[in-house]
Structure formats: structure tokens, C-alpha cells
Design a protein around this ligand. Structure first.
Ligand SMILES: [Fe+2]
Length: 186
């Protein structure tokens, strides 16, 4: 393969890595918010570790892009969110208004919101697993070997966090459901 082709491969890889860097930039920001929101100490600890790993990946990907001849981005991309159908939004609004004076309903609302955000946490982590699997395969196909250790490590980190949330979802629901339940019992 000629040098021109090599340069093109590297620049293409840098472009893909920049897409992922923009995602990690958004995730770091989202994690800071989530760390303050979650009510489970265990989950908070994992999110804090996740934030440290995310910042590590930002740095590693940054360096990788530079070494491939690209220019690392500081833009942020839009993360996957879970949109509720309109009927849900109407009910949600109604509930919020009605529950202003009712402590139990407010607690239930917060618990429902927390479940919604946990679903989004899992979506974001699973999306990370898929993204790094694809990037790793492309790096292998394009024979960009200096990218593979970083991508393998990133894939492992995403898998581990995504598995942790999935494994602990029952514990979190067991804690949150009674809050919803108590608002349903008058
Ligand atoms: Fe992640």
C-alpha cells in the first residue's frame, strides 16, 4: 500500500474518532449531572468511576487523533434519549400540577423520572459498546494498529459499565417502586 493511501486511511480513522470524541465530550457533561442526581450510593460511585474513565478516553482519543494527523474536536454531539409518546407527556404535566401539594405524589414522580433516566443511562452505555466495537473493527481492517489498544480498552470499559447497570437494575427498581406504589394507595 502506498503512503498516500496510508495517509488517507489515517485521516479517515481520525474523522471517525472525532465523531466518538464529540460523543464522549457530551457524556462527560451528562455524567456530572447524573452523579448529582442519583440516589444510590453504589450507582453514584460507579458513575464517578465512569466519569474518570470517560475523561481518560477523551485524552487517549485526543492523542490518537493527533498521531493520525487529525485535529481533535471540542464539539459535543447529541446523545440518545428516550422520548415518551405525547399522551405520556400530557399525563406527566397533569400529575406535576396535581402533586404540588402532595409529598407522596412528588416522591413517586421523582422515582418515575429516575427510572426514565436509568433507562437512558443504559442506552448511552450500550451505544458506547456498539460504537467502540465498530471503531475497533475498522481500525483492524484499515491496519491502524496503534489505535487498537485504546479502542479495546474503551470497549471493555463500556461493556463493564453497561453490564453493571443491567445487573443492578432489579435492586434499583426494588428501591424505587415502593415510592410509586405508595402514591397509588390512597
Ligand atoms: Fe460510557
Amino acid at each position: 500500500m502506498n503512503t498516500k493511501a496510508n495517509t488517507n486511511f489515517n485521516l479517515k480513522m481520525a474523522e471517525y474518532l472525532n465523531e466518538q470524541l464529540a460523543i464522549e465530550n457530551s457524556i462527560a457533561e451528562r455524567l456530572v449531572t447524573r452523579i448529582h442526581e442519583v440516589s444510590f450510593p453504589d450507582f453514584r460511585q460507579h458513575l464517578e468511576q465512569n466519569l474518570r474513565e470517560t475523561m481518560g478516553r477523551q485524552e487517549m482519543i485526543y492523542q490518537l487523533i493527533v498521531s493520525l494527523g487529525g485535529r481533535p474536536t471540542d464539539t459535543k454531539s447529541t446523545l440518545p434519549t428516550l422520548k415518551m409518546p405525547d399522551s405520556h407527556r400530557i399525563r406527566e404535566f397533569k400529575d406535576t400540577v396535581e402533586s404540588l401539594t402532595d409529598h407522596r405524589k412528588k416522591e413517586a414522580k421523582l422515582a418515575e423520572e429516575e427510572i426514565h433516566k436509568i433507562k437512558e443511562d443504559i442506552m448511552v452505555e450500550k451505544a458506547g459498546v456498539i460504537a467502540y466495537k465498530i471503531l475497533l473493527r475498522i481500525a483492524e481492517q484499515a491496519n491502524i494498529l496503534n489505535a487498537t489498544p485504546v479502542l479495546k480498552q474503551s470497549l471493555e470499559e463500556e461493556e463493564s459499565m453497561s453490564n453493571w447497570i443491567t445487573d443492578n437494575i432489579s435492586v434499583m427498581i426494588d428501591y424505587l417502586w415502593p415510592k410509586i406504589e405508595s402514591a397509588l394507595i390512597e
